[in-house]
Design a protein around this ligand. Structure first.
Ligand code: HEM
Length: 458
């Protein structure tokens, strides 16, 4: 590929690496201590690609959009997902997030129609009803002060994905699944933090707890799938769509094991990211009163206080711009990771096979070479006229290339409905003395949640 961003360099040399290095752990020491600041510092020093030294891993970071495109799109077949970890495999099996190659391609083809826009339109009612229930819950809270709003958003998005998947036919099961999925997410995050933890086959107390949660999930999901197979009733939910999906060429359908893996994957991938996106958005609105007012005005003018419809959402361009800008500043999937199967050349540098390639979405979304005043919250960047001015891989909260998020339209519709309905009623204010702190794990969490007071707008 062409070398657009780096200075000429000896062909096939390794990318440059920062001088500052820990005597034992190399550069990676600084990455682990504070990834957001360190990646920013390095990306300012290098031109789109650099290497981080470590005794244990070959690691390269890519921040130039054209190079990101090469890895995620043009040469994507040379790159696999990075997280090969026994717990994720146990939880998600061979679901979309964790599978590779031909198997992944076949599953993706089968699952894709369930996420088409016209199918998603049928989920508006589910999303509206769940949001309405959450609003009623918030309205009944005494005081409405110093609340961790990220917990409320997590509860809401998990309910939405559960109902979208199984309808409300299995209410009791949804509660168990919600609870266990939350447990498993916390445990998966703890494991991500501590790579030295013993593999799940060892019966340590933490591993036994993890295994128990996974078993509880299986005990709920498997009977639902079995019952559905026998049922003659008509369902219009994600599970029904996944069950009906047929491979165009072979006529093959998903078996029970594949259905279990895909439902589990969609649960896990489909709630925390959206909840974090909303929590950061409430925070940004409180800090940016002028765009916030513009947003309230659009919502009030279009809906006149009634429950929003899909057509209403299409008439709210500013709401969408606010969402885009918020996903730029706080992308929930802040870091994408890959590993190359064969040697590759990126920006004139050699990427040795088996290298862990980091694509720091957050760093790219904040790069002053790509964005004017990158820290400023300016929804106008995403107006119809301006949106086309940035590179496809300068802004990619949902990833890109063939492994792009399958739930992106689901998430955008869900976020927009929640924003409109919540802001018809409430204004979210950061609680006095609270300052959210980024906690970059698998997703871009906050260290101590998002403490907010809820004021009534109407
Ligand atoms: C704001 C919310 C969301 C964000 C920011 C987000 C982000 C992403 C990103 C960046 C990827 C690609 C990861 C990579 O390339 O390594 C991804 C994949 C995926 N997402 Fe999302 N996501 C969101 C919501 C959802 C929802 C609502 C669902 C399901 C209902 C979902 C299901 C998935 C699945 C199944 C994959 C794997 C796709 C594949 O590899 O074929 N996501 N997501």
């Amino acid at each position: 590929m062409s070398n657009t961003a780096t200075a000429p360099n000896p062909v096939n040399s390794l990318p440059p690496s920062p001088k500052k290095a820990h005597w034992f752990f190399g550069n990676v020491w600084y990455l682990l201590k504070g990834p957001i600041d360190y990646l920013k510092e390095c990306s300012e020093q290098f031109n789109g690609i650099f290497r981080l030294t470590s005794r244990f891993l070959k690691m390269v970071v890519v921040t130039e959009p054209e190079y990101v495109k090469h890895i995620m799109q043009d040469n994507n077949r040379n790159y696999t997902k990075w997280f090969k970890n026994d717990v994720l495999e146990l939880i998600l099996g061979h679901g979309l997030l964790t599978s590779e190659g031909d198997f992944w391609r076949k599953q993706r083809r089968l699952a894709q129609p369930a996420f088409h826009k016209e199918r998603l339109a049928r989920m508006v009612d589910t999303m509206v009803n769940c949001t309405q229930k959450q609003i009623e819950k918030l309205e009944q809270l005494p005081g409405k002060k110093n609340l961790d709003i990220s917990k409320e958003m997590m509860e809401l998005t998990l309910n939405i994905v559960a109902e979208a998947m199984f309808s409300s036919e299995v209410k009791g099961a949804i509660d168990v699944v919600s609870h266990e999925i939350e447990e498993v997410s916390v445990m998966a995050t703890a494991r991500f933090n501590n790579p030295l933890r013993l593999p799940i086959r060892y019966p340590t107390p933490a591993n036994l707890r993890e295994r128990k949660s996974i078993k509880n999930l299986d005990d709920v999901l498997n009977p639902i799938i079995r019952e559905r197979r026998k049922s003659t009733e008509h369902f219009d939910d994600l599970l029904a769509m996944l069950m009906e999906a047929k491979d165009e060429d072979t006529g093959e359908q998903m078996n029970d094991r594949q259905l279990r893996d895909e439902t589990m994957t969609i649960f896990l991938a489909g709630h925390e990211t959206t909840a974090l996106a909303l929590s950061w958005l409430w925070y940004l609105l409180d800090n940016n009163p002028v765009p916030a007012q513009k947003l309230y005005d659009e919502i009030d003018a279009v809906t006149q206080g009634r429950t929003p419809t899909l057509e209403d959402l299409q008439r709210m361009p500013y709401t969408r711009m606010v969402m885009d800008e918020s996903l730029r500043l706080y992308p929930p999937a802040w870091l994408i990771m890959r590993e190359n199967i064969e040697d590759d050349e990126v920006g004139g540098y050699r990427i040795v096979k088996g290298t862990t390639v980091l694509i720091p979405v957050y760093t790219i979304h904040h790069d002053p070479r790509l964005w004017d005043e990158p820290e400023a919250f300016r929804p106008e960047r995403f107006s119809k006229e301006n949106a086309k001015s940035h590179h496809r891989f300068a802004y990619f909260p949902f990833g890109g290339g063939p492994r792009q998020c399958i739930g992106n339209n689901f998430a955008l519709m869900e976020m927009q409905l929640i924003i409109v309905m919540m802001l018809q009623k409430f204004r979210f204010k950061v609680s006095a003395g609270f300052m959210p702190e980024m906690h970059p794990m698998v997703t871009l969490r906050m260290k101590n949640g998002m403490r907010m007071d809820i004021e009534r707008r109407t």
